[in-house]
Design a protein around this ligand. Structure first.
Ligand SMILES: [Zn+2]
Length: 475
């Protein structure tokens, strides 16, 4: 990465933020999403400069210079952007969402859902997106209906006092002693496909007899919504909200990026000290009750949990440690081999597999790095579909196909976890012998970037919003 690119990228990462006034619903009427295609590193740099100049929001980011860049473009910037991009003939673009608010409205829960599902035992389904109450009622139902198999645990409360729920699924006579898999979703509020997939996994493990084999030797801990305050806020107020909802002592901007708030390499690359930024790391590691409760719970099970999965969107990536920089753990090849095996099961959606910072971008204080750091051998972040043609606003009709395509990966994971590591044993990573990658590799990217990317940008407003917009990042 060139120094110029690094500086531009750091500017893009931080900027302003949409904030609804109390009681106001944020409208994205007229907003468009453009998929801009650079053909070189110079093009990428040019686009990043424009994004910073026009105070736009970058919805997707990649290290790879020829990967497309998804940009949220408010009505006021559409003509300006069109002319600016025309300055470089080799840059092409397509408007993938012509009116974001229309797409948001179309994504909302179908009014026919309750009618169509009226005979079901719970309101959850995977043909529509659901409010938190449906998800929590579903989890409660699972616990009450299958008490020998499913245990519901409240591990804490959110900033706004919503319960933080984890389901344990185990058919063991002594649950909590076998190798286990952890799955969480909904760290980032706007990534609605994530809780949908997590709840689908619960339903499949508990209610589908053919999947009993996945329970034979493995316990499961599943937390579909780690950030319930943010999730509800995306339903009521701002569909593109990402962070928690905690208040700052130094700013009127609310929320912390929970996936920059974990206590490993906290505050490094790909984070911001600006409370208005979408990648605000918080005042300290584990400042958020959501990340603190989750980390405490996982830590208490760390000798049992051998595989950590965190579900995000979008982009179709399977992301491996580490994210804080292009650094590979000693057992990277082992982690990579399992990820490739798991993703080879996918038919409809293909995922890019690799080191987080290498294939996507550097991000410090992420949960998957932290999980690896405490000794969980296999740690993965998945960016679910799609690749940006709908982005966060994935249509409800895509939920079930995404879930069905993804679920077979867990048979691979369960088989590995059942045999790889004995429970109640410290799972310190053991380096593999490899000729393809050094035991620990740090590519010299750190010298080209600032330690933190914290450059507050001036507030801007739109006619529809009293707020400022954060150019930030997906995933
Ligand atoms: Zn995310």
């Amino acid at each position: 990465m060139s120094l110029l690119f690094a500086i531009a990228l750091s500017c893009v990462f931080v900027t302003s933020q949409v904030m609804a006034e109390e009681g106001e619903v944020v409208s994205y009427d007229g907003f468009q999403v453009w998929k801009i295609q650079p053909s070189s590193g110079e093009d990428q740099q040019f686009i990043l400069n424009i994004i910073a100049l026009f105070d736009l929001e970058l919805l997707s980011e990649s290290r790879l210079a020829r990967d497309p860049m998804d940009v949220l473009v408010p009505p006021r910037s559409q003509t300006k952007l069109k002319f600016k991009l025309a300055e470089r003939n080799e840059i092409s673009y397509v408007v993938v969402i012509s009116n974001l608010q229309t797409a948001i409205d179309n994504q909302k829960t179908s009014p026919n859902r309750i009618t169509s599902n009226s005979k079901a035992a719970y309101n959850m389904d995977w043909i529509s997106y659901h409010r938190l109450i449906d998800i929590y009622d579903f989890m409660t139902y699972m616990n009450k209906t299958y008490p020998k198999l499913v245990q519901l645990t409240k591990i804490g409360t959110s900033y706004e006092n919503r319960p933080l729920f984890v389901l344990r699924i185990s058919n063991s006579s002594s649950p909590g002693t076998r190798p286990a898999i952890w799955i969480d979703g909904g760290i980032h509020a706007r990534e609605w496909i994530s809780p949908a997939v997590a709840t689908y996994i619960i339903q499949q493990l508990v209610e589908v007899p053919a999947n009993a084999k996945l329970l034979a030797n493995v316990d499961w801990y599943i937390m579909p919504v780690m950030n319930p305050d943010g999730y509800e806020y995306t339903h009521t107020t701002d569909r593109l909200w990402r962070k928690t909802r905690s208040m700052s002592s130094t700013s009127s901007c609310r929320g912390v990026d929970a996936n920059r708030n974990f206590g490993y390499k906290w505050g490094g690359l790909g984070t911001s000290t600006d409370p208005c930024a979408d990648i605000y790391r918080g005042p300290k590691a584990f400042s958020e009750p959501e990340t603190l409760a989750t980390s405490n719970f996982i830590s208490s099970k760390k000798n049992q949990i051998n595989l950590y999965v965190t579900l995000h969107s979008y982009g179709q990536y399977a992301l491996l440690p580490y994210g804080y920089d292009v650094v590979y753990p000693p057992d990277y090849n082992d982690i990579l081999a399992l990820a490739k095996d798991a993703t080879s099961k996918f038919v409809k959606y293909k995922y890019t597999v690799g080191n987080t910072a290498a294939v996507l971008y550097a991000a410090s204080g992420v949960s998957s790095d932290w999980a690896k750091s405490i000794g969980i051998r296999y740690s993965y972040g998945f960016e679910m579909p799609d690749k940006g043609f709908n982005g966060f606003i994935l249509p409800p009709s895509d939920i079930l196909p995404v879930c069905q395509d993804f679920f077979p990966a867990f048979e691979v994971f369960a088989n590995k976890v059942a045999t790889c590591c004995s429970a109640a044993t410290t799972t310190t990573a053991k380096p593999l012998t490899s000729t393809t990658r050094p035991a620990t590799t740090t590519k010299p990217l750190t010298t080209t970037r600032p330690a933190t990317t914290t450059k507050p940008k001036p507030t801007t407003t739109t006619s529809k919003r009293t707020t400022t917009k954060c150019s930030c990042i997906c995933g």
